[in-house]
Design a protein around this ligand. Structure first.
Ligand SMILES: NC(=O)c1ccc[n+]([C@@H]2O[C@H](COP(=O)([O-])OP(=O)(O)OC[C@H]3O[C@@H](n4cnc5c(N)ncnc54)[C@H](O)[C@@H]3O)[C@@H](O)[C@H]2O)c1
Length: 365
């Protein structure tokens, strides 16, 4: 069910900011923008979340006109604190990608859409597959339909996932690997990506899909452990709670730092060579899960790692090993990950030493 939509009364109005209703009425809705001849109008769905707000910060620093749309759904990573330092320079609309009229209104006139809004929980997708399909499939279709109806269609950059791939046949995984998702989330992300390419092929809308690995860093939610596990471990280590590792923790992942991911989204959005393609985005380094936990404890300076049995439902959908080869993306755009795990974890710890309470008590600070 769509929980909020276009009605102006429902949006959160940041202090002194004009609202969505003003924009619809054709009034000047964005003030204080740095005027640039090449300023691009950017829409970010899921814009209060970890990756969306990080992309927003970069857009603002480049003088782009930014609109964020976010439904502020639980239990995901939206946080007004994520945009505290740019709130005067962005327009925020509280709304849902499942609302087609809202997407029509927001996408039209945008030059670039970073489509980050998603149901992001793998286990949630198994418990509530309909919700996952509504947000991840129908929500993406709404963005694409809105782009199709636009006089000048925007570039649509999609946040895909390694979850689309499933358990790899060979490592490192590259774009030629077959897709065999092990959960509903992966299946719906795959469907959304296929919608993307169909809309490019049939309607000429420029699209890019970046299949992200495990992203970590400042501004990721710290209140739940069902995704963003590195950040969750850091919260637990900082607050004296156990850092719980399922089984022996010998599965492997590819952890990629947020600044590298933001750079990847920019290179994809403003580079025609990337259009119409899917790329893996990761560090290219295979890290044992337990070693990641140890790295977090080292950076925080305290924390106790505790091994607990794998929950049965989780074990069924868990991937044993994963790491990607990013040659295709590097060849197209010049991108490569620059931040190693030790440095990235240290920077993340520095951020949360200062701001942890704003993530543990979201909305109250
Ligand atoms: N963080 C990772 O490691 C990772 C890995 C692979 C893919 N991704 C993808 O990257 C994107 C961003 O993830 P994130 O880590 O920033 O998560 P996040 O939870 O911090 O941000 C997602 C945001 O989307 C919003 N949202 C959810 N449903 C919505 C809806 N129906 N309408 C409007 N807004 C809605 C949430 O309120 C939240 O603010 C997602 O598409 C996710 O699937 C993330």
């Amino acid at each position: 069910m769509v929980q909020s939509g276009v009605h102006p009364d429902e949006e959160i109005r940041l202090p002194g900011r004009p609202g969505f209703g003003d924009a619809i009425a054709g009034k000047k809705a964005v003030t204080g923008m740095k005027k640039q001849a090449d300023a691009k109008k950017v829409l970010i769905t899921g814009g209060l979340g970890f990756i969306g707000s990080s992309i927003a910060r970069r857009c603002v620093s480049e003088g782009r006109q930014v609109t964020l749309v976010d439904a502020c759904l639980e239990p995901y990573g939206w946080n007004l604190f994520n945009i505290r330092d740019i709130s005067e320079k962005v327009r925020f609309v509280r709304g849902d990608v499942r609302d087609p009229d809202l997407m029509d209104a927001l996408v039209s006139g945008s030059d670039v859409v970073f489509h980050m809004a998603a149901q992001v929980g793998r286990e949630i997708s198994m418990e509530n597959p309909r919700l996952d399909a509504e947000i991840n499939c129908i929500g993406t279709l709404n963005v694409l339909e809105a782009a199709r109806k636009s006089l000048k269609p925007p570039v649509v950059v999609f946040a895909g996932s390694r979850g689309q791939t499933g358990e790899p046949d060979v490592l490192p995984v590259d774009e030629s690997h077959p897709d065999r998702p092990t959960d509903i989330y992966g299946i719906n992300k795959l469907a959304a990506e296929k919608y993307l390419f169909l809309y490019q092929q049939v309607y000429g809308i420029p699209v890019v899909s970046l299949r992200l690995n495990n992203v970590y860093g400042p501004r990721c939610q710290m209140h739940a452990g069902f995704y963003g596990i590195l950040n969750w471990f850091m919260a637990n280590a900082m607050t004296g709670k156990p850092v719980t590792v399922y089984g022996q923790g010998l599965q492997t992942r590819d952890y990629v730092y947020i600044d590298d991911v933001v750079e990847a989204f920019f290179l994809a959005a403003f580079n025609e060579k990337a259009f119409g393609q899917m790329f893996y985005v990761g560090s290219g380094v295979e890290t044992v899960f337990l070693d990641m936990a140890r790295q977090v404890v080292r950076a925080v300076g305290k924390g106790q790692i505790v091994h607990v049995p794998f929950p049965e439902q989780r074990e069924k959908i868990d991937i044993k090993r994963f790491v990607v080869n990013t040659v295709k993306f590097r060849t197209a755009t010049g991108w490569q990950a620059r931040t190693g795990l030790e440095e990235g974890v240290a920077r993340t710890a520095g951020y949360y030493r200062q701001w942890l309470e704003h993530y543990l008590n979201r909305g109250k600070t």
